[in-house]
Design a protein around this ligand. Structure first.
Ligand code: NDP
Length: 249
């Protein structure tokens, strides 16, 4: 029970990597808020998980592009659970398109969710965690935060931004007892991959020395480590969970 008594928020927690992280935290004794879009299955999932675990599982509708919704998420969680010990800033969208065809709106939308959203969540988390004098923020980056890939200009820009923003936040927050880290998943078998055609996907799988897609639980385990006291001397890291992708080929 590595997360016994901890209070955790997971953005994008109704699906894929986020949902697996919610489940692993509950299994390890935490209370968890699934923060996701109103349209998601988060409310039903939270009710089912709440009934199965001793820790609480709540759903809060939160679009990370809306500062007021993000700030309300933290205010309500602090008031209902008494604080926030760990946050997984995991909400994100994909986006593959030829760069000469990408509109301003499409580019800015990916940046607003995948980069600006991570900042909005971190800022709200820091305010609560500074008052507590403790906390762990984990941002979901990507192998595409350190590698380029064709037709992903906005996504790679956002994820590269998340990696370096994590370092800046880690240095700033360290004196106040707050750790900030990132996770860099390789290709993980979630609904996000639906936009990839099969031929592209097979080629991408071949770039992982372990020769397969990752599972959401495997990323969730990295979040659990970074969120827990086991990572008490880890801050500013970008922990790769990528089947060896960034080791090279
Ligand atoms: P999923 O699509 O399964 O989960 C993402 C969740 O975030 C969804 O529930 C989605 O809702 C939600 N979301 C989207 N936009 C917003 C928003 N504005 N505010 C709040 N929630 C939102 O994808 P993954 O689990 O694969 O992705 C999780 C994270 O992992 C992302 O940051 C992604 O970039 C990253 N990642 C994923 C990889 C992969 O191969 N799967 C590889 C590397 C990184 P909805 O379904 O309605 O869009």
């Amino acid at each position: 029970m590595r997360m016994q008594g901890k209070r955790v928020i997971v953005t994008g927690g109704a699906s894929g990597i986020g949902l697996a992280s919610v489940e692993r935290c509950l299994e390890e004794g935490a209370s968890v808020v699934i923060a996701d879009l109103e349209s998601s299955d988060g409310s039903a999932r939270a009710a089912a998980l709440d009934a199965r675990h001793t820790g609480r599982c709540l759903f809060k509708a939160c679009d990370v592009t809306d500062t007021a919704q993000v700030d309300r998420l933290f205010a309500e969680t602090e008031s209902e659970l008494g604080g926030v010990d760990a946050v997984f800033s995991n909400a994100g969208i994909g986006g593959i398109a030829p760069s000469d065809e990408v509109s301003d709106e499409e580019f800015l939308r990916i940046i607003d969710i995948n980069l600006n959203g991570v900042f909005r969540v971190a800022r709200a988390a820091l305010r609560v965690m500074y008052r507590q004098g403790s906390g762990s923020i984990v941002n979901c980056a990507s192998i595409l935060g350190v590698f380029g890939q064709s037709q992903t200009a906005a996504y790679t820009a956002a994820k590269g931004g998340v990696v370096n923003m994590t370092r800046a936040l880690a240095i700033e927050a360290a004196p106040k007892g707050v750790r900030v880290n990132a996770i860099g998943p390789g290709y993980i078998d979630t609904p996000l991959l639906a936009e990839l055609d099969d031929e592209l996907l097979q080629g991408l799988i071949g770039l992982h020395p372990l020769g397969r897609l990752g599972r959401s639980e495997e990323v969730a385990n990295a979040f659990l480590f970074l969120a827990s006291n086991e990572a008490s001397f880890v801050t500013g890291a970008h922990l790769m969970v990528d089947g060896g992708f960034t080791a090279g080929k």
